[in-house]
Design a protein around this ligand. Structure first.
Ligand SMILES: Cc1cc2nc3c(=O)[nH]c(=O)nc-3n(C[C@H](O)[C@H](O)[C@H](O)COP(=O)(O)OP(=O)(O)OC[C@H]3O[C@@H](n4cnc5c(N)ncnc54)[C@H](O)[C@@H]3O)c2cc1C
Length: 166
């Protein structure tokens, strides 16, 4: 690569690459959050509309509580995502927060999607209700672009100061 095409300073390439990973984590966290929000919306809509044994299924706490729980976890994960994005936009270090946001949003998004499928019963597998797609897409975000285990490794080593585990 000719010097004229070099990005930044020599010897700092890996640092630049790592800097690019934080916004990617934020982007994926936002995707997971959006999937979770869409899942909750559809679960609520179906819970209000589907009548079984003479009452809307959303009246049953067995279905209502998991969706309320998912909603709160999405709210909490969103706060971490917003903090990480604010740090990144301010040009400050955000490795801890970006990783944490990716982890929490991926978990909250997946849980919301799973519960939305449950709310839909068998219809959870019907394409027309979209939640099966949210479920598949939310599942991926626990693996890529960085797996949940590697986020835990990062926090264990770099945030908590425990020995590197791999
Ligand atoms: C649909 C899709 C799109 C993708 N797009 C891209 C892309 O655009 N760019 C890109 O670079 N990559 C992409 N990837 C790759 C993705 O980043 C990797 O799949 C992911 O980082 C996991 O790596 P791996 O598949 O090699 O799993 P492996 O490294 O083989 O790990 C397998 C499992 O073991 C766990 N594991 C491994 N080591 C440890 C350890 N020490 N402690 C605890 N758990 C451990 C992992 O977390 C994982 O769950 C994509 C993957 C998919 C599925």
């Amino acid at each position: 690569v000719p010097e004229s095409d070099r990005v930044g300073e020599e010897g700092k390439g890996f640092t630049y690459l790592l800097d690019g990973l934080n916004p990617e984590r934020l982007l994926i966290a936002a995707e997971a959050l959006g999937l979770g929000r869409a899942s909750v919306r559809r679960a609520v809509s179906y819970g209000n509309e589907r009548v079984v044994f003479g009452r809307p299924i959303g009246m049953n706490q067995g279905l209502q509580f998991p969706i309320a729980d998912a909603q709160m976890k999405l709210d909490a994960a969103e706060l971490m995502l917003r903090k990480a994005a604010w740090l990144y936009d301010s040009g400050r270090p955000c490795g801890r927060e970006a990783n944490t946001a990716k982890y929490l949003c991926a978990e909250a998004g997946f849980e919301a999607a799973d519960r939305a499928v449950q709310m839909h019963g068998g219809m959870g597998y019907a394409r027309e209700y979209h939640v099966e797609r949210y479920f598949r897409e939310a599942r991926l975000l626990r693996i890529a672009p960085v797996s949940q285990e590697m986020v835990l490794n990062y926090v264990g080593e770099h945030v908590l100061g425990l020995p590197r585990s791999y």
